[in-house]
Ligand binder design. Structure first.
Ligand code: NAD
Ligand code: TDX
Length: 340
């Protein structure tokens, strides 16, 4: 079984490659990635010579290349995206291009190469397409039938791509399956996202910029649990179905920050309250009952605080990885975002 993985050189994609090569030896992976600012070949340095792994440098907007690659695979796991909310607030254009037009390009390329609809297309999406939840009703959670109400340019571009993907199932009968996952954490996450940003700032002796009142809630899931869920949907899921993936692990940002400070032996004075993110979603929470009862998936690697401790340790132990990443182009963005 050969998989086309898009965006495999990013955070979730590189962990997906590692999980599949380690735990699913019957699969081969063909990773196509444009190596944007968040795509880093170093994320896969330990597996680049693996016989079941191949890399192609390319953009998902390139119809000719995507059509060629589709001929060579049995299924597609689509992860390539512009992924950071704050960047989408600065410039939404690449989000619409890659997330919406890129997804449409892949679906058309697959449709041309597979007229009998034998190949599965998994569209890896986010819980942010559902908008946000209030803080005062803990029983409310997103599920597969929650209406879309995205609030940021990032989440609206992901919602657009979800709708296009599902339309190709309804219109052409393609085997499209969508996953909507909550916030991931783990190794190789680009240090613009809150956990690696805060951990690496603290190692560098810098303060951590906490947005607004710090009460915004996220449902944290270890990246390997997410990737196992995607494999479960590939192997046991159904065409035209949506699956919500979550860790049942809600924390507000202040709690998360205190946990990180405690693990790293740092004090409260390292928190710097900064202006809130525009349109900052209050709370995300996922009800993953469908995935559990229909496909038998449950998280096994997200136990808190142990999984957070192990993640912090990874950044402490892999300083050269994130120092390389934090240099160069990333610095310009950091200066624009935080003014320093
Ligand atoms: P990331 O930014 O770390 O990685 C994205 C990858 O896509 C990079 O390797 C990048 O080079 C590549 N890419 C970007 N544009 C491309 C293009 N036009 N052509 C080819 N490759 C391109 O993001 P991530 O956090 O690993 O997220 C992966 C996917 O999972 C995204 O679709 C995201 O929306 C989704 N997701 C992420 C989270 C999370 O918490 N990080 C949660 C739910 C869903
Ligand atoms: O400097 C910061 N300070 C801060 O308080 C940053 C970068 C973030 N935050 C807050 C904002 C959020 O409430 O931390 C929370 C998490 O922020 P991010 O790491 O930027 O993640 P989020 O915006 O929740 O989106 C993530 O989860 C869903 C991923 O980036 C998306 O790709 C995914 O779809």
């Amino acid at each position: 079984m050969k998989l086309l993985l898009t965006g495999g050189s990013g955070f979730i994609g590189s962990n997906f490659v590692r999980v599949v090569l380690r735990d699913h030896p019957e699969y081969e992976i063909l990773n196509v990635d444009a190596l944007t600012y968040s795509g880093n070949p170093e994320n896969l340095a330990d597996v680049e010579d693996h016989p079941n792994y191949e890399f192609v440098h390319g953009n998902i907007l390139d119809m000719e290349l995507m059509s060629e690659l589709m001929q060579r695979v049995d299924a597609v796991v689509h992860m390539a995206a512009e992924s950071h909310v704050d960047r989408s607030i600065i410039d939404a254009r690449p989000f619409v291009e890659t997330n919406v037009l890129g997804t449409q390009t892949l679906l058309d390329a697959l449709r041309k190469s597979d007229p009998d609809n034998t190949k599965t297309f998994i569209h890896v999406s986010t819980d942010e397409v559902f908008g946000d939840l209030p803080l005062d009703d803990k029983d409310l959670k997103f599920h597969e039938d929650t209406p879309f109400a995205p609030s940021s340019p990032y989440s609206s571009s992901k919602a657009g791509s979800d709708l296009v993907a599902m339309a190709y199932h309804h219109t052409f009968g393609m085997d499209v399956r969508i996953t909507n996952c909550s916030n991931n954490f783990g190794a190789y996450q680009f240090p613009e996202k809150v956990i690696p940003l805060f951990v690496t700032n603290l190692i560098e002796g810098k303060k951590v910029p906490l947005y607004g009142d710090g009460q915004n809630v996220r449902d944290w899931l270890h990246v390997e649990d997410h990737n196992e869920a995607v494999m479960t949907v590939l192997e046991k899921g159904k065409a035209g179905e949506r699956y919500c993936i979550g860790g049942n692990n809600e924390r507000n940002n202040l709690e998360l920050t205190h946990s990180i400070l405690e693990i790293m032996g740092k004090g409260e004075e390292m928190i710097e309250r900064v202006t809130d993110r525009l349109g900052h979603d209050r709370r995300y929470a996922i009800d993953a009952t469908k995935l559990k009862t229909q496909l038998g998936w449950e998280p096994t690697r997200s136990a808190w605080p142990q999984a957070l401790e192990a993640t912090v340790k990874w950044y402490v132990d892999n300083e050269s990885w994130w120092r390389n990443v934090k240099s160069g182009a990333y610095r310009e963005y950091y200066a624009k975002q935080y003014g320093g």
